[in-house]
Design a protein around this ligand. Structure first.
Ligand code: ZN
Length: 482
C-alpha cells in the first residue's frame, strides 16, 4: 500500500507546550507515534506570523516568492487587502496534490479561503463568517450534524474549543472511512489564540492537547494501517518583559510624522482598518513606517515615491535611508543603556524571488526579551492615543517566537524550516518536487525537480465583499493582529 500521511497542524506549538506535554507523558499516543522519528525545532518565516508560515508550508516557497509576509497582500499600498488563498492557489498543496491525482483533505487550516476547487477543503477561522466554509457540497449539510460550527474555533470558551476539536477529528474519521485518501491535514489554532491572552503554558491549552491526543488515538485505531505522521506548528510562543514600539521610535527620530497621537476609530465609516491607516500619519512628511510586528520582529517599509501613493523618498535614496535606519536602530538603547535591537535585516538577506521587491525593506529583530509593537497605545477619555513620550514599555507581553516544532514518525536530520513541510509531503507521496519549492524533502527519498507554474506576481484583487472582509478584519483585530 502506498504511503498515507496524517498531518497535524498545531498553530503556535513549540517545546514549551507540545514538547513539554510529550516529555511528561501527557500525550502518550503521539509520543508513541513519534518515538522512532524526530521531534525538533522548526524555523518559522522571518516574521514568525501565522499567514506567512502556513503559506510557506503549503507552497514550500519563501515569502519572496509568494509575497506573503503579513496578513496583508504584497502591494505598494498603505492598506492592502487581507491575504487569501487566491494569492497562492496554483502553487499550494491543495491544487498540486490534486493535479498529481493524490487525494488531500485539508480540515480547518487558515489561508484556505476563498475555497479552492481542488482537494477537500474545510476553511479555517480566517474565512469570512458569512461565506462558504467547505468546498464539498455533499458535506456542507453534514457539518452541523457532526457538531461542527466554525464560530467555535474563534471562541474563548473551553467547551466550544473542545467541541470544535472533537468535530474536526470526527470529520477526519468519516472522510477516512468514506474516501480513498493520501493525506489528511487537521488543523487547530487554540495554542495560538489562547497563548495571546493567557501565555503559552496554561491549563486550558494543556487540557485541549490531552484531548487532541485521545482523539488521535481513536482516529488511528479506526484505520487499517498506521499512517505516516507529521506534526507542525507555524511558530512558537513566548513571554516578553519589554516592548519596543516601532512607530513611536520612527516618529522620535524624524522618519515618520504623526499629525496627532489619536488612533482613529473609524469602524462605522470605513470598516476596521490597518493600524497604519488608523494612526494619524502625515504620509506627505513620512519617510518610513512600520508595516507589522510580531514577537521580537517588525517590518519597516520606506515611503518610496513612485511606488506608494504619498511616497516621499526618491527611489535612488531608498538604500541610503534603509542603511541609516538600520544603523540608528542598532544604536538605540533603553534609558539604562541596554540594546533593544539585535539585528536589522535587509529584505534581500532573507528573501529571494520575484515578489521580494514588494516586501518591506527592513526586518527588525529585537533582543530576545523584547517584543516589537507597531505602536503602543492607551485609552484616554474613551479615545485611543499613541503614547508619544517613549518607545520602550515595561510589562508582560505574550507573543510569537521563531522556533515552532516539527514532529515526524520518521527520522530526519538538519535544520528544519517551514518550507520543508510541502517538500516532505511531496517526497512521502513519491512526487517530484516542483521547481519553485525552496524547502528540503525530509522524507529521505530523492526526487527530480519537476517543471513548475509561472512565478507569482502581485495582485490586489479582493475576492471578498466589504461585509466579508470586515468579518475577517474584526477577527484579526480581536487577536491583536491589525
Ligand atoms: Zn500562528
Amino acid at each position: 500500500m502506498s504511503t498515507r500521511i496524517l498531518w497535524l497542524g498545531l498553530d503556535g506549538a513549540d517545546e514549551s507546550t507540545l514538547g513539554r506535554m510529550l516529555r511528561t507523558g501527557r500525550m502518550p499516543v503521539l509520543q508513541r507515534a513519534l518515538s522512532r522519528g524526530t521531534v525538533a525545532p522548526l524555523r518559522s518565516t522571518a516574521l514568525p506570523i501565522t499567514p506567512a508560515a502556513w503559506v510557506a508550508m503549503y507552497t514550500g516557497m519563501n515569502p519572496g516568492k509568494t509575497g506573503i509576509l503579513t496578513w496583508k497582500q504584497a502591494s505598494y499600498a498603505y492598506d492592502p487587502p487581507i491575504v487569501t488563498h487566491d494569492a497562492i492557489t496554483r502553487h499550494a498543496l491543495h491544487r498540486r496534490l490534486a493535479d498529481a491525482k493524490r487525494s488531500f483533505a485539508s480540515i480547518g487550516f487558515p489561508i484556505t479561503s476563498p475555497l479552492p476547487d481542488t482537494s477537500f477543503v474545510l476553511a479555517g477561522w480566517d474565512a469570512p463568517a458569512n461565506g462558504p466554509i467547505c468546498n464539498d457540497a455533499a458535506w456542507v449539510d453534514r457539518l452541523s450534524d457532526m457538531g461542527y460550527f466554525s464560530e467555535d474555533e474563534f471562541s474563548t470558551e473551553k467547551d466550544s474549543l473542545v467541541r470544535n476539536l472533537r468535530a474536526r477529528f470526527r470529520i477526519a474519521r468519516e472522510l477516512a472511512c468514506e474516501k480513498t485518501w493520501d493525506c489528511i491535514g487537521l488543523f487547530f489554532s487554540f495554542i495560538d489564540h489562547l497563548g495571546h491572552r493567557l501565555g503559552a503554558a496554561n491549563e486550558v491549552t494543556d487540557t485541549l492537547l490531552e484531548i487532541t491526543d485521545a482523539e488521535l488515538g481513536t482516529f488511528l485505531a479506526s484505520l487499517p494501517d498506521e499512517p505516516v505522521l507529521l506534526v507542525n506548528s507555524d511558530h512558537g510562543f513566548g513571554t516578553f518583559e519589554r516592548a519596543f514600539s516601532i512607530t513611536q521610535w520612527l516618529a522620535s527620530r524624524g522618519y515618520l510624522a504623526l499629525r496627532s497621537s489619536l488612533i482613529h476609530k473609524t469602524a462605522e465609516a470605513r470598516g476596521l482598518e490597518n493600524v497604519n491607516v488608523r494612526m494619524d500619519i502625515d504620509w506627505n512628511h513620512s519617510r518610513a513606517f512600520c508595516v507589522d510586528a510580531i514577537g521580537s520582529y517588525a517590518a519597516i517599509r520606506v515611503n518610496t515615491a513612485t511606488l506608494l501613493p504619498a511616497g516621499t523618498v526618491h527611489p535612488r535614496d531608498v538604500t541610503k535611508l534603509s542603511d541609516m535606519i538600520r544603523d540608528d536602530l542598532l544604536a538605540t538603547t533603553t534609558e539604562t543603556g541596554d540594546p533593544l535591537v539585535a539585528n536589522v535585516w535587509r529584505r534581500e538577506e532573507l528573501f529571494w524571488g520575484p515578489m521580494t521587491p514588494y516586501l518591506p525593506e527592513l526586518i527588525v529583530e529585537c533582543v530576545p526579551d523584547t517584543v516589537a509593537l507597531v505602536g503602543k497605545w492607551k485609552s484616554v477619555e474613551g479615545d485611543l492615543h499613541l503614547d508619544p513620550h517613549t518607545f520602550v514599555h515595561q510589562g508582560t507581553y505574550h507573543s510569537h517566537r521563531p522556533a515552532g516544532i516539527w514532529g515526524s514518525s520518521f527520522s530526519c536530520v538538519g535544520e528544519l524550516s517551514v518550507e520543508d513541510v510541502a517538500a516532505t509531503i511531496y517526497g512521502l507521496l513519491d512526487l517530484p518536487l516542483p521547481a519553485d519549492v525552496d524547502g528540503t524533502d525530509r522524507s529521505g527519498r530523492s526526487h527530480n525537480k519537476a517543471t513548475s507554474e509561472p512565478a507569482l506576481s502581485p495582485h490586489e484583487s479582493n475576492p471578498y465583499t466589504p461585509d466579508e472582509e470586515e468579518t475577517v478584519r474584526r477577527r484579526l483585530e480581536a487577536l491583536g493582529y491589525l
